[in-house]
Design a protein around this ligand. Structure first.
Ligand code: GLU
Length: 480
């Protein structure tokens, strides 16, 4: 089996495309198939090498690797469509000489006016066929007028075309309803993607084409080209497109849609991979967090839902948090450090060991790596400025008792050696407060907030000096 992922390098890798890549990858792994990466860069204006590079980077980050591609070579290259124009030219000549394609001299304006005349939308528009049967003389006349032709594929009348689709089952089209003779070469000589895709799929010996649902309507055209050229017809799996929570096509207004952004916001590739790999099906056990090997073992295109999966941003966040909890701590530290630095902290001032201990406590409070930016201050700031809720509480009478007691204790018996264990116990003795009335103010004094890591875990990591300063600060602020 040979599969391929065929992105157009016209921007960042969108999660919808990433999902197509992921499914290709999983199916390839499961079947020990070869995965080809083909760059579809015939849209010269919008395609860039930077985008191509970013696609490689994003795929590699997700852990997707391919066997053949522009960067790796392979027996069926080149793997960039822009480098294959000579190949396509031969097939175009073949189609023209067989009578399966012809030069069309209609100008844009002429086509527009017939479109308007027919009252049709671009989508449902069918070419009139005006240039289908030009005589040599007519052709010469047009050329003398300086018209540069497009090349159109001559769509046969009333021919059934069946797409063999592993997800949808056989999908039947009739050639008479696919929009008429379609352009395969534009007037500037650039071939249209819908034409060359099938040539490449055939020449690259792709046996299964896994791609988005949005390409299903292209498929009958591609199959007609294959037939005319005597090329093999691959099998297909058209993935239902991912929808946003409101069931409209997933877009930026729903949330992050580029893989690059997921990376920079602090998602882990394993979590994104796990979440996206399982869109549209469920594991045998119903578990949602699964090792990649299990996903590969269990994925089955035939069992994929025919309905569009909904992208659940909350669930992905949650899943990322679960991955953060289980991740090897050493790797996690290197991933957290840039987020801590971005929040304005100099991580080189803290020892690796200290950071490790802090992160071991904080990782359970984070769903994303970037969540650490609002939490790290608890450990690294000198003063923990109470937030609004903490401030309101610290103004209460019981809180003042706690602050005063803590203040006295830090001036007296508490030392660097005994403060972490001693503070809570001794404030309790002195004030007679207990439970929430004791813990909540203490937590607010030490961490500046009501929720967060446990005091007994965090105090030793914050350290004696900072804890003392924070108590002092609250005493100045609330008890004078
Ligand atoms: N280049 C196309 C795209 O990025 C994919 C074509 C295909 O998979 O057949 O949408």
């Amino acid at each position: 089996m040979r599969v391929r992922f065929a992105p157009s390098p016209t921007g960042f890798l969108h999660v919808g495309n990433a999902r197509t890549a992921i499914v290709n990858y999983l199916v390839a792994k499961k079947n020990r198939a070869t995965m080809v990466l083909r760059i579809e860069d015939t849209d010269m204006e919008r395609s860039t090498r930077e985008s191509e590079e970013s696609i490689y980077r994003d795929l590699a980050w997700l852990g997707i690797f391919w066997d053949e591609g522009p960067d790796r070579g392979g027996p069926y290259g080149p793997y960039r469509q822009s480098e294959r124009f000579d190949i396509y030219r031969k097939y175009t000549e073949q189609l023209i000489s067989q009578g399966n394609a012809y030069r069309c001299y209609c100008t844009k304006e002429e086509l527009e006016s017939t479109k308007k005349g027919a009252g049709g939308e671009a989508e449902s528009y069918t070419y009139s066929g005006r240039c289908r049967n030009l005589t040599d003389a007519e052709r010469k006349k047009f050329e003398a007028e300086g018209r540069t032709p497009t090349v159109r594929f001559r769509v046969p009348d009333n021919e059934p075309v069946v797409v063999r689709d592993m997800i949808k089952g056989p999908v039947e089209f009739n050639s008479s309803n696919i929009g008429g003779d379609f352009i395969i070469i534009r007037s500037d000589g650039v071939p249209v993607f819908n034409y060359i895709v099938i040539i490449d799929d055939a020449l690259m010996k792709i046996s299964l084409v896994i791609r988005g649902d949005d390409h299903l309507s292209n498929t009958p055209k591609q199959l007609l080209v294959a037939r005319a050229l005597g090329l093999p017809e691959p099998e297909y799996a058209h993935l239902p497109l991912i929808m946003g929570p409101d069931r409209s096509k997933l877009s930026k207004r729903h949330g992050i849609t580029s893989v690059e952004m997921y990376r920079s916001q602090g998602y882990l590739p394993e979590a994104l991979m796990n979440y996206m790999a399982m869109l549209g099906w469920a594991s045998e056990s119903g578990e949602e967090i699964l090792p990649l090997e299990t996903i590969i073992d269990q994925i089955d295109l035939k069992k994929l839902s025919k309905n569009a999966p909904i992208f659940d941003f909350q669930k992905l966040r949650w899943m990322n948090g679960m991955y953060l909890r289980e991740y090897p701590i050493e790797r996690l530290i290197d991933l957290f450090i840039p987020h801590i630095t971005m929040a304005g902290y100099d991580t080189s001032a803290a020892s690796r060991r200290h950071l490790t201990e802090i992160i071991a406590v904080l990782r359970t409070k984070c769903e994303l790596l970037s969540d650490i930016s609002s939490l790290i201050g608890i450990f690294l700031d000198d003063v923990a400025e109470p937030d609004e809720d903490a401030d309101a509480m610290l103004r209460g009478e019981d809180s003042k008792k706690v602050i005063t007691a803590a203040h006295d204790l830090f001036r007296g018996e508490l030392t660097a050696d005994n403060f972490a264990a001693g503070l809570v116990a001794r404030v309790k003795d002195v004030t007679g407060l207990k439970g929430k009335n004791l813990f909540m103010p203490l937590r607010a004094i030490i961490t500046g907030r009501q929720k967060g890591p446990e005091l007994d875990q965090s105090m030793p990591l914050i350290g004696y000096e900072k804890c003392r300063k924070r108590v002092e600060y609250c005493h100045d602020r609330y008890c004078r």
